[in-house]
Design a protein around this ligand. Structure first.
Ligand code: CMC
Length: 428
């Protein structure tokens, strides 16, 4: 017998079918509520609304489980490379050696960007935040590859757009940083692997050779993997909703970058390090900031704490905390902020407010500390989150198009004025 829920409204009973996922999660299919009852559902912030069905990422917030295409985040972070995870997310299976070689070769082929991008970059003031620069450079790809705009695009064209954006994103990200520092841009070096190539474009100077450091490259691989996808979060839902209007992959991802930028989402990693620096400069007064975070009349929140779906622990945060210790140790970096972060975490985890509201450190709490140890300035932290999330956005956009999902268009309950007569300006 197929499962169903019943809705009784206005003396009428309607049956709503249940949909069960492969991990036994049940959902009520509400699509016929409006046609049968005239009602809409209201769920601000979509806190309990499934916007789609997906085969990409499974997440259990209560148990702290995160899996991509069935593989646990713990295994992927310890055993695979970022490009392997990109392939897995986008094409659904781990690549064979030949498939991976070919994929990496294709990406390498597209790392260079048109020289005219340098003119666009030149137009920005040097203090421009790299997230804003990055999102506009990604949208600008439509100007250079206008065929990507055709809504009837073939799979071959989509695959080409995918390797193009994967190839060019690190170049844009590094160049947006160079713009900010005023240093000359560095061109891609395709003799290097994906992560080392990016690191060279970030940190090399024309007067100085860049020697890839395996500790740094490994740490970057791990961090990117840990951010690779997170099912229907704010930026991914943005990518899907923009793509649902049949917009091309470039502006859809550019929209995702802008959504990620906000401090409640990916922008939290920059906010965490700024918060930790503030606490350190305020005599390490952790108690004062815990008190502020609990005070309803104070807008201050403990950045890097809490999550919309994780209500036990964030499995990515566990891995990152360990990685932070390891990277700082191997690089011989002594950042007092790591000790402060651990102290803050310990106090918060023992505090009734945080326990009761199920607020735990999230992925952003320790990632900034590693990025700082690797030489990244705080304004690049969210760019690094976007870099990691790129394959997730791509795979979600592709899945949404493949499933021919309808135009995303939520409804509302209107609470404004009812109809009234226009008043001439002289009489107002
Ligand atoms: N510090 C203090 N109080 C908090 C915090 C925090 N970091 N997070 C949530 N709360 C309180 C909040 O005030 C509310 O209290 P009350 O029920 O009394 O009104 C309660 O906990 C529930 O919070 P919410 O904002 O309704 O919950 P949410 O699921 O909408 O918020 C969140 C999730 C991530 C926006 C929020 O926890 C937050 O603002 N955290 C800080 C920013 C942050 O670290 N963001 C990164 C998230 S992880 C990266 C990503 O995937 O985007």
């Amino acid at each position: 017998m197929s499962k169903a829920a019943k809705l009784i409204y206005d003396g009428k009973e309607i049956e709503l079918p249940l949909l069960t996922g492969t991990e036994n999660e049940d959902a009520i299919d509400i699509s016929k509520i409006r046609s049968e009852t005239g009602l809409i559902t209201l769920d601000k912030g979509y806190k309990n609304t499934g916007a789609t069905t997906s085969k990409i990422t499974y997440l259990d917030g209560e148990k702290g489980i995160l899996r991509h295409r069935g593989y646990s985040i713990e295994e992927l972070a310890s055993k695979s490379s970022f490009t392997e995870v990109c392939y897995l997310l986008i094409y659904g299976e781990l690549p064979t050696k030949d498939q991976l070689d070919n994929f990496e070769h294709e990406i390498r082929f597209h790392t260079l960007v048109h020289e005219d991008f340098k003119i666009i970059l030149d137009g920005y003031p040097s203090k421009a935040h790299p997230m804003g620069v990055l999102s506009s450079l990604i949208t600008s790809l439509t100007a250079f590859y206008p065929e990507s705009l055709d809504p009837s695009r073939s799979r071959k064209l989509v695959d080409l757009s995918i390797v193009r954006i994967l190839g060019k994103f690190p170049t844009f990200a590094a160049w947006s940083y160079k713009k900010r520092t005023g240093h000359p841009i560095i061109y891609p070096d395709n003799s290097l692997d994906y992560c080392s190539n990016f690191l060279k474009m970030m940190f090399a100077l024309p007067s100085m050779e860049y020697e890839p450091n395996p500790v740094v490259t490994d740490a970057l691989n791990k961090l990117l993997i840990l951010h690779a996808d997170h099912e229907q979060n704010c930026s991914t839902s943005t990518v899907r909703i923009v793509g649902s209007a049949q917009s091309s992959i470039y502006p859809s991802i550019s929209a995702g970058i802008n959504a990620l930028w906000g401090p409640l989402h990916g922008g939290a990693n920059q906010a965490v390090i700024e918060m930790l620096d503030t606490i350190m400069n305020d005599n390490n007064d952790v108690d004062k900031y815990i008190k502020k975070a609990k005070d309803k009349s104070d807008p201050f929140r403990l950045m890097g704490f809490g999550h919309r779906v994780y209500k036990n622990f964030d499995p990515r945060a566990k891995i990152i905390k360990k990685a932070a210790d390891n990277v700082l140790d191997k690089l011989g970096v002594n950042d007092p902020v790591l000790e402060l972060a651990k102290k803050l975490e310990k106090i918060a985890l023992e505090d009734e407010y945080f326990i009761q509201k199920k607020l735990y450190p999230n992925v952003d709490f320790y990632s900034g500390i590693i990025y700082r140890a690797l030489g990244f300035p705080p304004e690049m932290f969210t760019v690094m989150f976007a870099f990691g999330r790129l394959p997730g956005w791509i795979s979600q956009w592709v899945e949404m198009r493949q499933n021919k999902e309808p135009l995303g268009r939520p409804r509302q309950i209107y609470l404004g004025e009812t109809q009234r007569d226009y008043v001439d300006i002289k009489n107002r």
